[in-house]
Design a protein around this ligand. Structure first.
Ligand SMILES: Nc1nc2c(ncn2[C@@H]2O[C@H](COP(=O)(O)OP(=O)(O)O)[C@@H](O)[C@H]2O)c(=O)[nH]1
Ligand SMILES: [Mg+2]
Length: 223
């Protein structure tokens, strides 16, 4: 390991991320780092996740976005508790210490699923962990199909890419094949799920993916 300024910051952050994980384990809660550019649909994904899980998990949110109040109000309206990780004066990528402080202000309980709404400093280093158990990148198809090539460090470290807004496919010129090829160049292991928070298409696959990740059995579809 180097001894420069950057290496020290990464190391300090890594220690705080580990503390976050220990804290989450003590509360039996699972943390998802939801990364994505502004407008990709992170808040919508959280809102829809709450809806499709139908109370099976207690969804809570650590808000890292600059417009935290607006998103928190949207989530509060459907009964999702969130906590702002920043006061509005901090810039740059989200730090593990900020997330840790927010986690301690949330009413975590066994079975809590916590989503960090991370406004995706798409340039932020892959090795900047927050204590998450899983890293999910929300990509709106309106952003184009070559973003993994433009922001390789954001796509490299994720476990899953949610391709959101597929209802816009007919208007966007987005090629799934091109996107997957670019993604494979920087991250051969990431899974992909295509969905639309607007129409609800694909949300059942996301729900099943989440349940499997949490070690739960899938929903029994009724009717
Ligand atoms: N057409 C369409 N619009 C969406 C979809 N998901 C989110 N949006 C819209 O995209 C905008 C940004 O969504 P938001 O959740 O605020 O994005 P965030 O900045 O990543 O949290 C909002 O106007 C949403 O209603 C989708 O699947 N299809
Ligand atoms: Mg948002």
């Amino acid at each position: 390991m180097g001894s420069g300024f950057w290496e020290k910051r990464i190391e300090g952050n890594r220690k705080q991320a580990e503390e976050n994980k220990i804290f989450l384990t003590s509360r039996k809660a699972i943390l998802f780092n939801l990364i994505g550019s502004s407008g990709a649909g992170k808040t919508e994904v959280i809102r829809r996740t709450h809806e499709i899980l139908q109370g099976r998990f207690f969804i809570q949110v650590v808000q890292g976005s600059a417009a935290a109040e607006l998103d928190m109000a949207r989530l509060q309206a459907v009964g999702i508790t969130s906590c702002a990780a920043r006061t509005g004066r901090q810039w740059g990528y989200l730090k593990a210490g900020e997330v840790g402080a927010a986690l301690r202000r949330l009413p975590l309980s066994p079975g809590s699923l916590v989503f960090i709404e991370n406004p995706g400093e798409l340039f932020s280093p892959v090795d900047f962990h927050l204590g998450e158990h899983c890293r999910v990148l929300v990509h709106s198809i309106a952003e184009g199909d070559d973003t993994p090539a433009k922001f390789p460090r954001a796509y490299a470290g994720v476990d899953l890419v949610i391709l959101n807004k597929i209802d816009l496919l007919p208007f966007s010129g987005f090629s799934r094949k091109r996107f997957t090829a670019h993604l494979r160049q920087v991250n051969p292991d990431a899974e992909e799920l295509a969905l639309s928070c607007r129409t609800g298409v694909g949300l059942n696959h996301w729900r099943d993916w989440l349940l499997k990740f949490c070690g739960e059995s899938p929903f029994e579809e009724s009717g």
